[in-house]
Design a protein around this ligand. Structure first.
Ligand code: 13P
Ligand code: ZN
Length: 330
């Protein structure tokens, strides 16, 4: 794989923690978003952390998440070779220990997130610890992210109706007992469509968690999930408080669809016949004068626009998170 493993990713986080910047961890489920992100990262000299959720792997693998991981892993690997920036892959919100074991054995991801945050504390510790052991037993070059607290909203297969903010002292015990490399915290962000102005963000709590961990010699980077609605000034307040990984999915999903929507809306006449003409798809418009325009409906035309837009969005996010100009590989 030409994308990088856990040791390299740990070095990026060390830089990030020391210098107060963050990596935008960007979810993908198909190649257009992936290529847009790589183009955007390369444009601003930022390393790039991609993420695949279980649902994304299942989608990419036509129902088989391991096939999806292999297919996307290969795809990422081949395209990452075209760029100089460091490209990493995190498995996002994993809940199934058997599937995690398979991912560890494949040794494709740079990091894996075990999400047992919906379980009682002891069970969360147990499952998260088990994943750290799997990686150690295998000697795999993979970091482990675990979560404490609950983030409100819907992300892929994870649903939480209510938020539970992370407790700093419990965070110390959790990181100490699990041995996780990164800690996902709940400090007021929400998965899904959320408006920053409505979020009850607690950068002070992130700072308390960071300080409590630091005081116990546990300098793990903190992870902010549900960051699509977080505004640049809100992001800054988190970055200065130990947050080094900032998860975004929903924002790209919207940009993907909106880009296609705008493009087709402007060119409706190239795709659907006017009301006066029979919408005769079965014969591919054999019996009517009107014909669709291939210059518009070729999926590569919209696909390229989506890639360009995602590249612009990512480049701005990397500037705002401070990872722009910080690639370790350029
Ligand atoms: P958003 O829904 O805010 O994009 O959150 C993404 C996320 O946390 C992925 O793990
Ligand atoms: Zn998340």
């Amino acid at each position: 794989m030409t994308f990088y493993g856990g040791n390299e990713l740990a070095a990026v986080y060390e830089d990030a923690l020391g210098d107060g910047f963050g990596l935008i961890a960007s979810n993908i489920a198909e190649p257009n978003t992936m290529m847009g992100l790589m183009e955007g990262a390369a444009r601003v000299d930022s390393d790039l952390l991609l993420q695949l959720s279980n649902g994304a792997c299942t989608f990419a693998g036509n129902g088989d998440p391991i096939a999806g991981l292999k297919a996307m892993g290969t795809y990422i690997d081949l395209i990452a070779a075209q760029y100089d920036v460091g490209v990493f892959l995190n498995m996002d919100h994993q809940t199934d220990l058997d599937r995690i074991q398979q991912q560890v054995e494949l040794d494709i991801p740079s990091s894996i997130m075990i999400d047992a945050s919906h379980e009682p504390f002891e069970e969360n510790v147990e499952r998260s610890r088990r994943v750290v052991e799997m990686v150690e037993e295998r000697g795999a070059d993979i970091l482990v992210e675990a979560e404490l607290g609950k983030i409100k909203g819907v992300e892929d297969e994870i649903v939480a109706d209510e938020a539970f903010y992370t407790d700093p002292e419990q965070a110390v015990e959790f990181v100490d007992r699990t041995g996780c490399d990164l800690l996902a915290i709940s400090v007021g962000t929400q998965h899904g469509v959320a408006k920053g102005k409505n979020l009850e963000l607690r950068p002070d709590l992130a700072a308390d968690i960071r300080t409590a961990l630091h005081d116990h010699g546990l300098d793990v980077p903190l992870v902010l999930h549900g960051s699509s609605g977080v505004q640049p000034d809100q992001l800054q307040s988190m970055l200065r408080r130990g947050v080094c990984k900032v998860n975004k999915d929903t924002h790209y999903q919207y940009e993907y669809t909106r880009t296609a929507f705008d493009f087709y809306r402007e060119r409706t006449d190239d795709i659907v016949p006017p009301d006066s003409v029979d919408d005769d798809r079965e014969t591919f418009f054999n019996d009517v004068e009107w014909a669709p325009n291939k210059d518009t409906f070729d999926p590569r035309v919209t696909g390229q626009r989506i890639r360009d837009r995602i590249a612009d969005v990512y480049a701005d996010l990397a500037e705002s998170a401070g990872s722009a100009g910080r690639s370790r590989y350029i």
